[in-house]
Design a protein around this ligand. Structure first.
Ligand SMILES: [Cu+2]
Length: 223
């Protein structure tokens, strides 16, 4: 009888430890830093330097994360796609709005295959939704206004953000939050600029912020 109680207590203790371990591995951390733009050897923190930079993490081990239920929104307003650059997780539905008095069209040019897809032409106040099922860069265009263009980066995982300017320091910053603890590759996407030193391996620890400052430059100056 005493043995049985002992064993039950042990099982309870081990169970408790396992629960604590699971809670810890389910914990999340943050990866954050500043963005520096190098023009040849010159480094700038200027207000333009952060524009349209996507910073994202790719897990080094296979990992499945369900796509968000909420839709993302891309507007057409004043003959401009807003935002100009957008990152979404694969499986995300994007609502394409028309806030102009003109008709607009939306068609996609898939950067990796060169394939195109026209999702239609619609009038003021209307919208059409599209779910992005493939990863990669999708150049988004309007057949009716050839000057209109936007970039949608479809990523496998939800760990991405757009760099933003800190109004106090005027320095571009990013922060990717709620990242499960583990190993990741930090990557950057910009229309013209690349990471100066290539992708960076990052360790995320639960409850902590890992600081990784990012330097980007024109492709020909990247290492
Ligand atoms: Cu248009």
């Amino acid at each position: 009888m005493r043995n049985l109680v002992c064993r039950l207590l042990m099982i309870a203790a081990v169970g408790g430890l396992m629960a604590a371990g699971a809670a810890q591995s389910a914990g999340t951390g943050t990866v954050a830093g500043i963005i520096d733009v190098y023009k040849t050897e010159v480094k700038t923190h200027g207000a333009k330097s952060f524009k349209d930079v996507v910073v994202y993490l790719e897990p080094t081990a296979p990992a499945d994360y369900p796509p968000p239920v909420e839709h993302a929104v891309m507007d057409q307003r004043g003959l401009v796609f807003i935002p100009h650059v957008m990152a979404v997780q694969r499986g995300t539905t994007v609502d394409f709005l028309n806030s102009d008095h003109d008709r607009h069209n939306v068609y996609f040019l898939y950067d990796d295959t060169g394939e195109t897809l026209d999702i239609g032409t619609w009038g003021p106040g209307q919208s059409v939704s599209h779910t992005f099922e493939k990863t990669g860069l999708v150049i988004t265009l309007c057949q009716l206004h050839l000057e209109m263009a936007a970039y949608i980066l479809v990523l496998e995982h939800p760990f991405f953000t757009m760099a933003e300017i800190n109004p106090e320091t005027q320095i571009a910053e990013y922060a990717i939050r709620q990242v499960p603890a583990g190993e990741y590759m930090l990557k950057v996407w910009h229309k013209k600029l690349k990471m100066k030193t290539g992708n960076v391996r990052v360790t995320v620890a639960a409850g902590q912020t890992t600081t990784v400052d990012v330097a980007i430059t024109r492709a020909k100056y990247a290492e």
